[in-house]
Design a protein around this ligand. Structure first.
Ligand SMILES: *Cc1c(COP(=O)(O)O)cnc(C)c1O
Length: 381
């Protein structure tokens, strides 16, 4: 099997696993145990990881709160910020192409009485900054715009979105899961207030993530969603996942060191894949803008093809036709771009990653061309 689904998850880097292992065995202490060396060793390791994760986004380490992943980080930012501003403001803004871990907490708040604006995108998946500016009012508590789309790889203008948000006294959250470690991401330059991260999309373990929470500016604060031992500045109670956090730190350090080289390599492979597909396959269109896009992302759709048959035919290539969590249904992202249900289902998302080779990309392109040709020959459409 060739793995080309690095937006769904990435394999844990061997260097990450190696860093984690002692924290399952001899260094098993609870990072909150303040009275003995087992606890101190665990706490030191967590604080080192916090510095490593913070460095990847240009933050101070005190601004990083560890969570169980980005779903939790998104929920904490969105529900926590709304709760903190309840009574004062009553409106939220996001975009139709966001991940469900942003859209669903937003919709839950809407059911709880918040007003919600979900902005549309154009056919290339881009937001209209003028429409965003119009949507944000002095009643808006939080605006959430992702840093990189997990299906079409498009990179929205986060910095401009944050500036428009702050002009109305609202706070800005970004789901930065797909951007961080893949493209430069500097939290100070972007000036967002909250950013969600997860380890398993940057060659770290599953089940650990982080929320960046800005301090000492614009009165930014959060209401905790879990109550307990007041870990993580009181914002996220619960015994820390020390091995996972150590792995996240190591993964962040590697990503920071290798980002430029890796982005260049994955971009070259992406272009190679696209060129090979374009040379062999008619009736194919790229979904989403090709400029301002994640280097390792390609998303294409095919005319007159049954999406399910396409995936069945690609039996030795791991790709997806949408986000990992929502197969069978057409992708809400592609529908937001204006694709029909059938066309959205006849789409493939390729995610090129750290270990992808040119030979794998060439093989995948040839296989796709072969399956598409075969399906077209069979089908009367
Ligand atoms: C994977 C992903 C998430 C969910 O992260 P988990 O850590 O798996 O909960 C959220 N947002 C985006 C954009 C993602 O790609």
């Amino acid at each position: 099997m060739i793995y080309l689904d690095h937006h769904a998850t990435t394999p844990c880097d061997a260097r990450v696993l190696e860093a984690m292992l002692p924290f399952f065995t001899e260094k098993f202490g609870n990072a909150a145990s303040r009275q003995h060396a087992f606890g101190w060793a665990a706490n030191d390791a967590v604080e080192q990881a916090r510095r490593q994760v913070a460095a990847l986004i240009g933050a101070g380490s005190k601004d990083v709160i560890f969570t169980s992943g980005a779903t939790e980080a998104n929920n904490l930012a969105i529900k926590g910020a709304a709760k903190a501003r309840q009574g004062e403001r009553d409106h939220l803004v996001t975009v139709g192409t966001e991940h469900r871990a942003v859209l669903d907490p937003m919709k839950r708040l809407e059911r709880d009485g918040w007003r919600l604006t979900v902005l549309p995108v154009d056919r290339l998946g881009r937001i209209d900054l003028a429409a965003l500016e119009q949507a944000i009012t002095p009643r808006t508590a939080l605006v959430s715009v992702m840093a990189a789309n997990n299906e079409i790889g498009v990179l929205p203008p986060i910095k401009a979105a944050a500036a428009l948000t702050h002009a109305q006294g609202a706070w800005c959250h970004t789901d930065a899961v797909q951007a961080v470690g893949k493209v430069p991401f500097d939290i100070e330059a972007l000036d967002v207030d909250f950013a969600s991260l997860t380890a398993h999309k940057v060659y770290g373990p599953k089940g650990v993530g982080a929320l960046y929470v800005r301090r000492n500016k614009r009165g930014v604060t959060l209401a905790a969603q879990l109550d307990g031992g007041a870990h993580e500045r009181g914002l996220r109670s619960g015994t820390l996942n020390v091995p996972g956090i150590v792995g996240f730190g190591q993964a962040a350090e590697i990503a920071r060191g290798e980002l430029t080289e890796e982005a260049g390599r994955t971009l070259a492979l992406r272009d190679r894949l696209l060129n090979a597909l374009e040379a062999t396959t008619d009736g194919m269109t790229v979904n989403g803008a090709l400029n301002a896009r994640l280097p390792g992302n390609l998303n294409v759709s095919f005319e007159g093809i049954d999406g399910a048959a396409l995936l069945v035919g690609l039996d030795d290539i791991a790709v997806s036709s949408g986000a990992a969590c929502t197969a069978a249904e057409p992708s809400h992202v592609l529908v937001a771009l204006g694709l029909s249900k059938d066309r959205a289902l006849a789409s493939l998302r390729f995610g090129i990653g750290r270990t992808t080779t040119a030979a794998e990309v060439e093989y995948a392109a040839a296989k796709v061309a072969d399956v598409v040709t075969r399906l077209r020959a069979l089908s009367p459409v």
